[in-house]
Design a protein around this ligand. Structure first.
Ligand code: PBG
Length: 325
């Protein structure tokens, strides 16, 4: 492999050549757009730390979903900001809860896009944890039936895919069993299987008003130092019936995405989270980075690492840039 016979630059000379030999092709078809639903009508409030992302009422969600569909994006994932919070997240189960109402509205508008729902308690509990509390601790088993009921209520409202993000042990099995008992055996589970305890969720907690009111999430979300444990989490979730698995966040965990991709033959998603979005936005607003270039580079990097699907707040921008080039 010696110069002058080998000249890798030969294949980089023109845009047509570069396009021909490109190994990874980013398309809108693999991008999912996250959205925050709040009560009311005609509400559209921008999230301070996430320019371009809004907390919005169901009617506004429908309007933005039309745009999402027109851009060729396959789906959205919904997070709810409920009217009321309590110790067990009861508002997450209501047939007329915020997320359930938004799903109905999207269905009524005849939109074809996939509606994925985040299944978790943190947005609905007054303490902000992802499970119920006993003696100051987030307890696992008592949380499972609530998560399963929440997933069921999303399926009943018309969700296409449920995505548990709580990191309780056994939740995939509990959700699968409950969905199947109620004849929702065709609703897939996208499990946030390897979800790390991360500082990069900061802006999301402002957007979803879900910051824990005491302590942190280290007793249930993963330690960022661990990679082998991620493979164990994925194996367990697949064993319990997960159809697709997610690694989250994306950028500091590209090695995990790659290892999961290599070990398991199932669709792998990565969540390019709020903090990753906020960093790019802030730098772009200061003129320190070329936003379009770095966003497309980040997304291709996550895909190259092995993610077939990427959940990203940049989804709409990326889709319109990809259309233009
Ligand atoms: C809920 C949940 C979180 C995110 C997705 N689902 C927050 C958390 O675990 O604190 C984070 C998404 C993001 O930062 O964009 N459990």
């Amino acid at each position: 492999m010696k110069f002058p016979v080998h000249r890798p630059r030969r294949l980089r000379r023109t845009s047509a050549l570069r396009g021909l030999v490109r190994e990874t092709r980013l398309t809108a078809a693999g991008l999912i757009y996250p959205m925050f639903v709040c009560p009311g009508t005609k509400v559209r409030q921008e999230v301070g730390s996430m320019p371009g992302v809004h907390q919005q009422s169901a009617d506004q969600i429908v309007e933005e979903c039309r745009e999402v569909e027109q851009l060729g994006l396959p789906g959205v994932i919904l997070f709810g900001l409920p009217e009321t919070k309590d110790a067990t997240g009861a508002s997450s189960l209501a047939a007329d809860g915020v997320v359930q109402r938004a799903i109905h509205a999207i269905r009524k508008a005849n939109l074809k896009l996939l509606v994925i729902t985040d299944v978790c308690l943190c947005e609905y509990t007054d303490h902000g944890h992802c499970g119920v509390i006993e003696n100051g601790e987030v307890v696992n088993d008592a949380t499972l039936p609530i998560l399963a009921e929440q997933a069921l209520s999303h399926a009943r409202a018309g969700a296409d895919i449920v995505a548990p993000s709580d990191m309780m042990d056994g939740r995939v099995a509990a959700i699968r069993e409950t969905l199947d008992q109620h004849h929702f055996e065709n609703i897939p589970i996208l499990s946030y299987a390897a979800k790390y305890s991360s500082g990069f969720y900061g802006p999301f907690r402002e957007a979803a008003q879900s910051a824990p009111q005491f302590g942190d999430r280290r007793s249930y979300q993963m330690d960022s130092a661990n990679a082998r444990e991620a493979l164990k989490e994925v194996a367990i979730d697949l064993d319990e019936g997960a159809d697709m698995v997610m690694v989250k966040p994306a950028l500091p965990y590209l090695d995990i995405i790659r290892r999961v991709r290599e070990r398991f033959d199932v669709p792998v998603a990565a969540y390019n989270v709020s903090g990753e979005y906020a960093m790019v936005k802030a730098a772009a607003q200061k003129g320190w980075l070329d936003e379009q270039r770095v966003v497309l580079e980040i997304l291709i990097g996550i895909q190259r690492a092995g993610a077939g699907m990427i959940l990203t707040y940049h989804a709409k921008d990326a889709a319109s840039w990809l259309k233009a080039c």
